[in-house]
Design a binder for this molecule. Structure first.
Ligand code: SAM
Length: 280
């Protein structure tokens, strides 16, 4: 059966271009085009949106994004072997796919897109977390992107969406939930990928909020949260003692008991603490 775009099935693309998966590049490909279309739909209505895709590989998700109506897709891929396969897709969707060869950790092509912008990726997990933190901590808010739809190791997805009091709650949950709405929208078993990874995966969808949920100076909040969760088993008066000589008073002024541990403190209180410490 030929696909709606007239392109060959992904297994044939991989065979034709010799795209054996490289472990060092975290290559676990999605070859089921129904599944990649479903992931693309998690990004919402793509018509009228520019999409940044990181790590298109043989292009399964890229095809999903284009078929679902993205105005333009800009795809950044580190593995030059994938470029001919991606060029075939660009031909099938004239003027709508631009491919950049490079490392997404080193280049930032967002300025080449026109808002509204959605970011979508099935990336190696370490690269995904690093990029997520960068996208969540831009110089100014709201960011240039409207939404992020990203595949993660299930455990990382749970950390992004975690509530206070849970083991998964930490820096990622706070960074993500302070200024965006984050939820797990799909779960995928290892067998969904070729080759299958050892662990399950999940797609997280984040929508940028126009304003932070609670006011706080961003850099200060990032520092407080990093220090608090660096020593998550310690009471906050000990974990944060390097931040201020009268940290107990500051914690109390923010409505936090100095004997509490970071895991128990809701986002609102961390924001209050960042504000109190900003005052000096
Ligand atoms: N999106 C494809 C799919 O769903 O089948 C491929 C997913 S595979 C998990 C990850 C892709 O990211 C690979 O194509 C890999 O070459 C690429 N990649 C890995 N590190 C990268 C980086 N730092 N910058 C850009 N692409 C990267």
């Amino acid at each position: 059966m030929s696909a709606i775009d007239g392109l060959p099935p992904l297994r044939a693309v991989i065979a034709e271009h010799g795209l054996s998966a490289k472990k060092a590049l975290g290559q676990n490909f999605l070859l089921d085009l129904n599944l990649t279309a479903k992931i693309a739909r998690q990004a919402g209505d793509l018509s009228g949106l520019d999409v940044l895709e990181i790590g298109p590989g043989p292009g399964g998700l890229t095809r999903g994004l284009l078929a679902e109506g993205a105005r333009k897709v800009l795809a950044v891929e580190k593995d030059a072997r994938c470029l001919p396969a991606l060029a075939q897709i660009a031909e099938a969707y004239p003027g709508r796919l631009e491919v950049v060869e490079g490392d997404a950790l080193e280049i930032n092509p967002l300025e080449r897109l026109t808002p509204p912008i959605a970011i979508c990726a099935n990336l190696p997990y370490n690269v995904g977390t690093e990029l997520l933190v960068r996208w969540l901590t831009p110089e100014t808010w709201p960011p240039v992107w409207s939404s992020l739809t990203l595949m993660f190791q299930r455990e990382v997805a749970e950390r992004i969406c975690a509530a206070p009091g849970s083991k998964a709650y930490g820096r990622l949950a706070i960074l993500a939930q302070w200024r965006s709405e984050a939820r797990i929208v799909m779960s995928l078993p290892p067998e969904a990928f070729t080759p299958p990874p050892k662990i399950s995966s999940a797609v997280v969808h984040l929508t940028a909020l126009p304003e932070p949920r609670f006011p706080a100076p961003a850099k200060r909040l990032e520092r407080v949260v990093a220090a608090a969760f660096n020593q998550r088993r310690k009471m906050l008066r000990a974990a944060l003692k390097g931040l201020h000589p009268q940290i107990e008073e500051k914690l109390e002024a923010a409505g936090i008991a100095p004997t509490e541990r970071a895991e128990q403190v809701p986002l609102e209180r961390f924001c209050a603490l960042a504000r109190v410490l900003e005052e000096g």
